[in-house]
Ligand binder design. Structure first.
Ligand SMILES: *Cc1c(COP(=O)(O)O)cnc(C)c1O
Length: 354
């Protein structure tokens, strides 16, 4: 069941809305003991693995609602600027709906898997010599002047779809977690999760709210540094954004929840990226690992108060926003690639270190 069917009563849809779905959502919440050990006794760390959505990222939750509403309103085409995953998702849902999709990407700055997805789903892909922030300005103007629907997260239907991630977490845990960590790029997702937690509590589905913890990459941390970053830099391309569209609502999520928005270095991101893959068994893309890198850093700084009550463990949920297979180059680049040997058992046993 897709998120529109599952959470219809919380979404801006009616019986007349055509539901364009790829059965997104219902992603697993995976317990990560090696991370709980780092944070310390009395804490349980969970990974909401959004890489298991149909196109491999959380963007599908927003896109099913945005494209369904676009079709309901008679739109024949959608457009987005993208660091990769939005374009992959927009392309797939447009293909599903039988409408046109135009995506504008920063030239050379998107991961291979994401580009492949946009192309194979039949989107018109236009690379611009510029960064994401410049691409977003262009698509905003395009959607004002031409009959084409903007499906970036400035489209409120995107936020409404994405808030269902919080519902699923509460449904699985039977309550809201004490802490919720996620990477912050254009800041739509932190806005969406916070909205979701609040709505679930208002409707009596959960009783508390989490402390929101957002993490930007050190080379593109406009919210942390309180200034627009003209030339954002980071290996985590999905959060390489210097002027987030949802800047204000991200700050509201932080402040209303008593949380933080902080930054982590590319080295910390890569360390968490490898740790997730080789210690926890989950392969997420680099940007996703920022949520985990942030938790590790905060644990080291003593941010989480000691909790000695073993019957009352505190839950920390980290959202792993996208799948590691999106960016295979990065995985190969940060490890040694195998050198071929002869098909000889003795030599292979030696190499295997058995
Ligand atoms: C889009 C995206 C982000 C950033 O989300 P925002 O809503 O732009 O803050 C983080 N990680 C991945 C994998 C993404 O695709």
């Amino acid at each position: 069941m897709g998120i529109i069917e599952r959470y219809r009563e919380f979404l801006p849809v009616t019986d007349k809305t055509p539901v364009i779905t790829l059965e997104e959502g219902s992603t697993p919440l995976i317990k990560a003991d090696p991370l709980s050990d780092i944070v310390g006794k009395g804490y349980r760390v969970w990974l909401k693995f959004e890489g298991l959505n149909p196109t491999g990222s959380f963007k599908d939750r927003g896109m099913t609602v945005a494209v369904s509403k676009a079709v309901e309103e008679g739109s024949k085409a959608v457009v987005c600027a993208s660091t990769g995953n939005t374009s992959a998702s927009a392309a797939a849902y447009s293909a599903r709906a039988g409408i046109k999709c135009v995506v504008i990407i920063p030239d050379g700055a998107i991961a291979l898997g994401k580009l492949a997805q946009a192309l194979i789903h039949g989107a018109k892909v236009i690379a611009v010599r510029g960064n994401f922030d410049q691409a977003l300005l262009i698509v905003r103007e395009m959607s004002e002047k031409y009959p084409i629907t903007l499906v970036n997260s400035v489209n409120p239907y995107r936020i409404d779809g994405q808030k269902t991630g919080s519902f699923e977490i509460c449904d699985i845990l039977g309550k809201a977690p004490e802490y919720h960590s996620l990477p912050v790029g254009n800041a739509g997702n932190i806005t969406a999760y916070w909205k979701g937690y609040k709505e679930y509590r208002e409707r009596g589905k959960s009783r508390s709210l989490p402390v929101m913890m957002g993490f930007q990459a050190a080379g593109s941390a406009p919210i942390v540094e309180k200034r627009i970053i003209k030339k954002p830099e980071t290996i985590a391309t999905a959060i390489k954004i210097g002027n987030p569209a949802s800047w204000k609502t991200a700050e509201e999520a932080r402040d209303q929840s008593g949380g933080i928005i902080d930054k982590v270095t590319d080295d910390e991101i890569l360390e968490a990226y490898k740790f997730l893959a080789d210690r926890v068994g989950v392969f997420a893309e680099p940007a996703s690992a920022a949520s985990v890198a942030g938790i590790i850093r905060k644990a080291r700084e003593g941010y989480f108060p000691a909790n000695s009550d073993p019957d009352n463990k505190k839950d920390i949920v980290c959202v792993l926003t996208g799948h590691g297979l999106k960016d295979p180059d990065r995985a190969i680049k940060c490890l040694e690639t195998p050198v071929a040997v002869d098909p000889d058992l003795k030599e292979i046993i030696k190499k295997a270190g058995l």
